[in-house]
Design a protein around this ligand. Structure first.
Ligand code: FAD
Length: 285
């Protein structure tokens, strides 16, 4: 096994495995090739797609300008790599330098780059999360579903949480001429990321644009009624015909550096060595 400490030998013949085939994984692979790494590179991604850009998912895609599956990330250079897409990494055996995959395969490597980003936080009640009209926004599939729902012109959209993504979706709704209520437990939209002063300016801008900003202590449960869905606690306005739950752990982690190890990593005896905001990368070798 070639060790990363063997300098040139590793650069020439080493095996690097990248877990996470999105922005950080792709750019990491490009950087390795740029820096002269000519060994074997494997990129593992649990999504079936080539790396794509998420920022348009809450903006251009929702406005209907770009299709959700048309946001592929531009390549900075050609990357010679073995792509294992549509299969998750589920474990690591550090002693033998093996990454275990969900389909039972194993991938051997001398060094590992973990670029698994963040996940949408599930709504606390799984049954409520399955209700029709409740959406999460993280992947291109999520974006396509939400776009179709907005295009169907619901009477009102409720966005729970006014971080970046929630605020963007609210803004798109107004541009589409849809009524939108934003429920936020912080003092103002974006306050978590940008502070109360900027948050107050954002609140004013959102109200001017016709967003109904609803301060809540917490949005706890969802239920379906004859007039649409409604949140049962701590929300002052009436039932909505549709609910949009846009989760934005990205925005949260950007402010709190709240990066979390993928669930399977601690079980493999590995902890992130470098908690960062976004993009999230840990290097283990
Ligand atoms: C709707 C939306 C809008 C955004 N808008 C902006 C914006 O305007 N400006 C901005 O700067 N940022 C924005 N962001 C954040 C930006 O997209 C992220 O910072 C960026 O995607 C982080 O890249 P990443 O590669 O670290 O992680 P991610 O993009 O989260 O990619 C991680 C990848 O790893 C995969 N993965 C996870 N676990 C495993 C596993 N065990 N095995 C294999 N694969 C795994 C995931 O499925 C995913 O494909 C937005 C994000 C979203 C969701």
């Amino acid at each position: 096994m070639s060790s990363p400490t063997n300098g040139n030998a590793f650069k020439k013949n080493g095996r690097i495995v990248i877990i996470g085939a999105s922005l950080a994984g792709l750019r990491g692979a490009e950087a390795l090739r740029n820096e002269g790494f000519s060994g074997h590179l494997t990129i593992i991604g649990d999504e079936p797609h080539e790396p794509y850009d998420r920022p348009p998912l809450s903006k251009q895609v929702q406005k209907g300008w770009v299709k959700a599956d048309h946001t592929k990330l531009p390549r900075m250079r050609k990357v010679d790599a073995e792509w294992r897409l549509g299969v998750a990494a589920t474990g690591l055996d550090r002693a033998s330098g093996v990454v275990r995959l969900a389909n039972g395969d194993e991938v051997a490597g001398d060094a590992l780059l973990i670029a698994t980003g963040v996940r949408a936080r599930p709504w606390p009640n799984p049954e409520e999360a399955k209700l029709e009209g409740v959406y999460t926004l993280r992947t291109c599939e999520d974006a396509a579903r939400l776009q179709a729902a907005l295009a169907a012109r619901p009477r009102r959209v409720l966005v729970i949480g006014a971080g970046f993504i929630g605020s963007e979706v609210a803004s798109v709704c107004r541009e589409l001429g849809l009524e939108v209520t934003v429920a936020e437990r912080a003092a103002a939209p974006l306050a978590g990321a940008l502070g109360n002063v900027i948050g107050a300016i954002a609140a004013e801008m959102q109200r001017d644009a016709g967003v109904d900003l609803a301060p809540v202590s917490a949005s706890r449960s969802l239920k379906e009624t004859q007039r649409g869905m409604c949140v049962t606690h701590a929300f002052p306005t009436g039932p909505c015909s549709m609910w949009t739950w846009c989760w934005h752990r990205w925005a949260r982690s950007a402010t709190s550096n709240g990066w979390r190890a993928p669930g399977w990593l601690p079980a493999s005896g590995v902890w992130p060595v470098m908690p960062v905001a976004a993009p999230s990368i840990s290097m283990v070798s």
